[in-house]
Each structure stands twice: as C-alpha cells, then as structure tokens.
Design a protein around this ligand. Structure first.
Ligand SMILES: *Cc1c(COP(=O)(O)O)cnc(C)c1O
Length: 292
C-alpha cells in the first residue's frame, strides 16, 4: 500500500498517482487499485475524482472511492458538482449513518458489478438454502463476510419510504449552506485562519499564530468552547499542526445552533488572545449550557 502526499488543499492529484504507478511498474510491482477520497476525515477535502477515474481507466486499475462522509451530498445540486467523477468508481464506501443520519452500524460498500462481491464471498454448502441458485434471488450473505447478518438495508429503505428523498436532499443542502456560512464567519474573525478549503460541510481552522504557539492556543480555544457544553467541535493534526473543526452533519444542527457556536468561538477567542499578549483579560464568565 502506498500512501501518497496530497496537495496544498489536501487533495490527491492524479499526477502524483501516475508517478507512483510508473515507479511501481518499473520495480516490477503490479499496481491494482487506486483509492480516492470524496471527503477526507481531516478536512473534508474531495479529490479530483474525474481525473483519478481517467487515470484508473488508462492504467487499468480498480477505482475505489472512500465516500463514507461525502456520499449523500451527491443528492444535492452543489454536492453533485463537487463529487463529479464518483459515478465512475468501481466501488464506493458509503455510510448512511453519516449522510442519512441513520443509527451507527449502517455502513455499506457499493460495487458496480454485484458479481465482484459474490465471487470472493459466496460459498456453497449443503446446509445453505437452495434459493441462491435462482437467478433473480439475492442472498445478501453472498455479498459480505457475514452469514447470519443484520437487515441493515431496511433502515435505509424505510427512511426513504417514510420521509421521501426530498427530506434528505433538503437537510443535506442546509448542512452545506451552514458550512459555507461558518466558513465565511471564521474568515471574518480576527485572530483565526482557515487551514483548508471547505469542500463539503467541514470547516478547518486554527488560531492564526505560527507553530507551537498556534497549536497551544487552538487546543485551548477548542477546550474552552467545548466546556460550554453548547456545541461540540473536534480537533485534528494537519501536517503536524493542530486544527479545530466545525463539522455540520447532524439533522438537529440548524442556523441558530451554528450561530450560537460561532458566537461562543468569538467570545472565547478574545480573552484567550488577550492573555497570550500578556494583557489581563476581562473574560466574562462563560454561559454554560445545560449539558446533557
Ligand atoms: C467515517 C469515515 C470512515 C469510517 O467509517 P465508519 O463507518 O466509522 O467505519 C472512513 N472514511 C471516511 C472518509 C469517514 O468519514
């Protein structure tokens, strides 16, 4: 497995993969699969999927896309443009427990040709039902490592039947708009800097101070905002530097909660920067939420 460097916007460029494929071939290796990302864990970056698909076609490689986070944004107009090329994947990891707000454990892999899943997983045995031989019957134990398996698809099917596709499309469109609003707000706050573009619903930023001082202040800001128990933000390391993140992907997150979170970031940032500059901070006592 080769982990390849991404570009300045945290996206994997097809040219980088092409060089790696050529290098591997020159060493007598046989590259088989290229994996792209439709929304990375760290920044939500979407790789140039169309270009990666072109490369995979040209080099005769299987094209897999980790679509666990980005997936259902493809139902929206904006998301569909961002995820162009995904329709050319040979397989996709898709998480309805993220983009469709369903209970955890509703993850799946989609494969263009069902036979590609059946070949490695199907097994014949005298105690298994004979229905597997019927051409139009699907026995899902033939598509995964599990034999006695949960009926996960029911949650997905029933949710679409109950609420309709538009309910999900509208909710996801709202999340993308909220993230854009958050990105604009963070850009306008003195003392913060965005550290990666917002491709989908994830906004990554830090206190605009170099190196370790920035890391320390960003960690402290994250801790203080989360201590208020009104919004929950997460952090990550990006090229060795600490960043905090707003990820809008709960069906209960609407503009009021987002604005409240942004207000709390502003309120905590001011005294933090004053303290860092050695000025006494007249920090107001934080308004605490009721918690859980
Ligand atoms: C969440 C996520 C995963 C892991 O998926 P699980 O359903 O938690 O196993 C993998 N890749 C990306 C991009 C994710 O966002």
């Amino acid at each position: 497995m080769r982990l390849l460097p991404s570009d300045g916007a945290c996206r994997l460029q097809a040219a980088t993969v092409a060089v790696a494929v050529a290098e591997d071939r020159a060493r007598g290796l046989r590259p088989a699969v290229v994996v792209g990302n439709a929304g990375t864990v760290h920044t939500g970056a979407v790789d140039p999927l169309g270009k990666l698909a072109d490369l995979a076609t040209r080099e005769k490689l299987w094209f897999h896309v980790d679509d666990a986070y980005g997936d259902f944004f493809a139902m929206t107009e904006v998301g569909r443009k961002k995820l162009t090329g995904i329709e050319r994947a040979d397989s996709l990891t898709v998480d309805p427990h993220k983009g469709l707000f369903l209970p955890y454990g509703t993850g799946c892999v989609l494969v263009r040709e069902g036979a590609d899943l059946r070949r490695p997983h199907a097994m014949a045995n005298d105690y298994l039902p004979q229905m597997q031989e019927e051409a139009d019957a699907q026995d899902f134990c033939e598509h995964s490592p599990e034999l006695s398996r949960d009926f996960r698809g029911l949650r997905v099917w029933l949710s679409f039947k109950t609420f309709g596709a538009d309910a999900f499309r509208d909710a996801l469109t709202e999340k993308l708009e909220l993230a854009r609003r958050a990105e604009a707000a963070i850009r306008s706050i003195d003392g913060l800097e965005l550290v990666a573009p917002t491709d989908l619903s994830l906004v990554t930023f830090r206190v605009a101070r170099p190196g370790e001082e920035g890391d320390r202040l960003t960690k402290e800001l994250l801790a203080r905002v989360n201590a208020r128990c009104r919004v929950y933000l997460s952090g990550t390391l990006l090229r060795g530097r600490f960043a905090m993140r707003i990820c809008v992907l709960s069906f209960r997150t609407h503009a009021d909660r987002l604005d409240e979170g942004l207000a709390q970031i502003r309120a905590e940032l001011r005294p933090l920067l004053a303290e860092a500059a050695g000025r006494p901070s007249a920090a107001p006592a934080p308004e605490r939420g009721p918690g859980r």
